[in-house]
Design a protein around this ligand. Structure first.
Ligand code: FDA
Length: 397
């Protein structure tokens, strides 16, 4: 005999950052919420985030820090629930934190504190007459619309609800339980999806540029720019397959296959300035020396051999200086979803109400977090989107 479907006001699918936050907010409004997760535990990505310390927000987060086909979409949610709001929550739970750099806030202790805080907020729902029931190991989730409610079936049973929130994230790191469920569900209900692609991801160099990989482990402060998007002045790291480090991860979210990257190896400085001084020695040894004085040794050595001027005239030196500030790379690919910190693309924001995250074509259906076509920069911006979008939906369901 099939068991009878359990009725809730709200079912949230995916107990990651966004799903737990949304369930807590809805529960604290007196809603009866079921939070379904296919992993055996909630928040696995949160637990490993920020090197185990969770860069849980960026205090400077603003719409310009997000990539979307529709860049205005993030404004309402980010204004509704700001980094200061989340920091207030962190402080209410006495979680010690510090600012690492550029507004990036991390736990002093462990990312586990953020998961515990979110679960405690879910438990607090009962103070307002609501409830959040977390159901893990819910495999094979399927959803369908039945008259004015949604029917959800999975290995954990059958559920009915008036409001259904999809918080299953993107495709990054399948080993942690990432699936394309948000995209499949959007398509099932006739919503457009912007093709998902790996973002905040290392880039692979082609065989023509593979000589660079001999510098594996070299790291330098640079400014990197893709064809579209802003330049990022942060560290670049050479890997055995290509390029990584914060500067490259940032531009990877803007980079598209076939495009090049321009790297400035001496942002804000004139690397060869001393060669232009009166009576300066101008030869290969002097050229190597000026690069060594400004750059990490192995990088300086590589650049000196690759960019060695053929003549020592002012014109040739100026051209060499220009080249060192706009060194072009032609990445062949990204390292894919297995190495991507986030997924760009996702449910087309034009399909959603920016104040509530509800699907325009399907009242009662909401999408939040990384499954939506909103991708933050590196540095706490993606969690802030998870919090802001989930509070917007949690107050509307
Ligand atoms: P999230 O992926 O957190 O949660 C989705 C949940 O849905 C998961 O629990 C998943 O198991 C579940 N799920 C998926 N499919 C399902 C299905 N079919 N049925 C049931 N459940 C399903 N960001 C940041 O701001 N600061 C940081 O420090 C970091 N660090 C970081 C490190 C690493 C290694 C990674 C991979 C990513 C980060 N990020 C980050 C990004 C950040 O983790 C990410 O943007 C948020 O977790 C997104 O939150 P969501 O809730 O949308 O998805």
């Amino acid at each position: 005999m099939p068991t009878e479907a359990r009725k809730f006001d709200v079912v949230v699918i995916g107990a990651g950052a966004a799903g737990m936050m949304c369930a807590a907010v809805a529960g604290q409004r007196g809603r009866r919420v079921a939070l379904l997760e296919h992993n055996a535990q909630p928040g696995r990505k949160v637990l490993i985030s920020g090197g185990g310390r969770a860069n849980f927000t960026n205090i400077h987060a603003k719409p310009e820090n997000y990539i979307s086909d529709n860049p205005h979409f993030v404004k309402s949610a980010l204004a509704l629930y700001t980094p200061r709001h989340f920091l207030g929550l962190v402080e209410r739970y006495s979680v010690a934190w510090h600012e690492k750099t550029l507004g990036q806030l991390f736990c002093d202790g462990s990312a586990r504190q953020i998961v515990d805080l979110l679960l405690a907020e879910c438990t607090r729902a009962k103070d307002s007459g609501g409830s959040v029931e977390l159901i893990c190991n819910a495999h094979g989730v399927r959803v369908e619309r039945r008259s004015d409610e949604f029917a959800i079936a999975c290995t954990a049973g059958e559920f009915r609800c008036a409001a259904l929130v999809i918080a299953t994230g993107g495709l990054s790191i399948p080993q942690l339980g990432a699936t394309g469920f948000a995209y499949e569900t959007a398509k099932q209900f006739g919503l457009n999806v912007i093709a998902p692609r790996p973002a905040l991801v290392p880039l692979v160099l082609s065989s023509e540029e593979s000589a660079w990989t001999a510098l594996t482990g070299v790291s330098a402060m640079v400014e990197v720019r893709a064809k579209h998007g802003p330049a990022f002045r942060e560290k670049l790291l050479v890997t055995h397959r290509g390029l990584s480090g914060p500067a490259v991860l940032q531009v990877s979210s803007y980079w598209r296959e076939g495009e090049m990257l321009a790297v400035d190896f001496g942002p804000g400085t004139k690397l060869l300035a001393s060669l232009f001084e009166k009576n300066a020695r101008r030869d290969a040894a002097a050229f190597r020396q000026v690069l060594r004085s400004a750059l990490p040794q192995r990088l300086a050595g590589h650049l000196a051999e690759t960019a060695m001027p053929e003549k020592w005239t002012n014109a040739v030196l100026e051209e060499t200086e220009r080249r060192l500030h706009a060194w072009t790379f032609h990445p062949a690919a990204t390292e894919g979803f297995a190495k991507a910190e986030v997924t760009a693309g996702g449910v087309d924001t034009r399909e959603l109400n920016s104040k509530t995250m509800e699907a325009r074509k399907m009242p009662g259906l909401f999408f939040i977090g990384e499954g939506v076509d909103v991708t933050g920069w590196l540095g706490g911006f993606n969690f802030q989107w998870a919090w802001s979008s989930s509070v917007a939906a949690g107050r509307a369901v």
